[in-house]
Design a protein around this ligand. Sequence first.
Ligand SMILES: Cc1ncc(COP(=O)(O)O)c(C=O)c1O
Length: 398
Amino acid sequence: MKSIYLDHNATTPIDPRVIEAMERCFRETTANAGSQHSAGRQAKRALEDAREEIISVLRGDPAHDRLILTSGGTEANNLAILGMGPESRRGRILVSAIEHPSTLATADELERQGWQVDHIPASESGAIDLEKLRTLLEQSPRPRLVSVMAANNETGVIQPLEKVVELSHAAGVPVHSDAVQVVGKMPFEFGRSGVDAISFTAHKFHGPAGIGGLLVREQTQVQPILFGGSQQLGKRPGTEPVALVVGMMTALNLWNEEADQRESGMRQSRDHLEDLLLQDSTAVVNGQGERLPHTLNLSFLGLDRQAMLMALDMAGVACSTGSACASGSSEPSHVLEAMGLETGRIESSLRLSLGATSSLAEIDEAAKRILKTVKHLRQSETAPNSPSEPREKRRKSL
Ligand SMILES: Cc1ncc(COP(=O)(O)O)c(C=O)c1O
């Protein structure tokens, strides 16, 4: 039985055309991009060309915006939370309650160091509460930064970034946005968005893992969090991985060329999957309003998410119960909790996420497998000899 991969928000399979471009670069670029000899200068050229192209695809301004290359989204978010904003305004920061753990845990670290961290709450729809943001911005001291993701990785709910920028800038506070689930999936116009910096990572759009970036507007201050050489103007020292950057550029260019087909294809497949799964009377979608085209979060009320995840794996459907960084643990989703959903709904939630190569035939087959698994689990839960221990205990024995 062929397994169907519906966990693209965790990572996407690398596009073979990206591998080819990287192979060529590995073969042709042998020197350190920081070396002064001609081979080094050639590597530097390949790096800078790729950097410019990435900024252009993100509709930034290659002459003024700065792309700080990082090892991925986690590092880009760490750099933004720890290093972005006016140095003089240390002490307070605003982050949304539904951010990825790489943002929340970094903010927690600041809190341990004595900072005031205020969390912007979310509503039941999955979008952040703008009125609360307005109130938090009015309080003193003035925060050094506001960080709100462009779209949530668990529910797919697109956040009201334009409004966040308007409110924050009116209060004189720069905005960082974790755009990891948007870049390479939907058009993002950095120039027009007004945000001061975005994080992104190549492995979410069929590029290589281990490379990402923080795209920063010219005037925005960023203090480094790593120290060493003078690469990237000292903002992120370390030898640049030229082939990975070329891989990220290639993956982004491929998305750019195929953006419309990819987006409409994923949206059509996701909506089809949603329609099929909602045939189960206990299924309920988590997250409302505008959503990413490739993300579906839903609960099968009464079932246990960990039990479903494992049964689905056996049935040949790979999906998740939340952020990949939080899985492995069986902690309930902090995102669904922040939305105020009831425990039963959180405990029975699944995230299904599609990629550029997900086909309608695959979706039909996945829906069949999921519905069959759900039915089977429900029957075994209501069977007379089903385990009588509390759910918490049963989960541990799975
Ligand atoms: C919204 C979001 N931000 C950040 C990250 C972390 O990115 P990376 O895996 O490149 O460190 C992820 C990955 O799951 C994500 O979904």
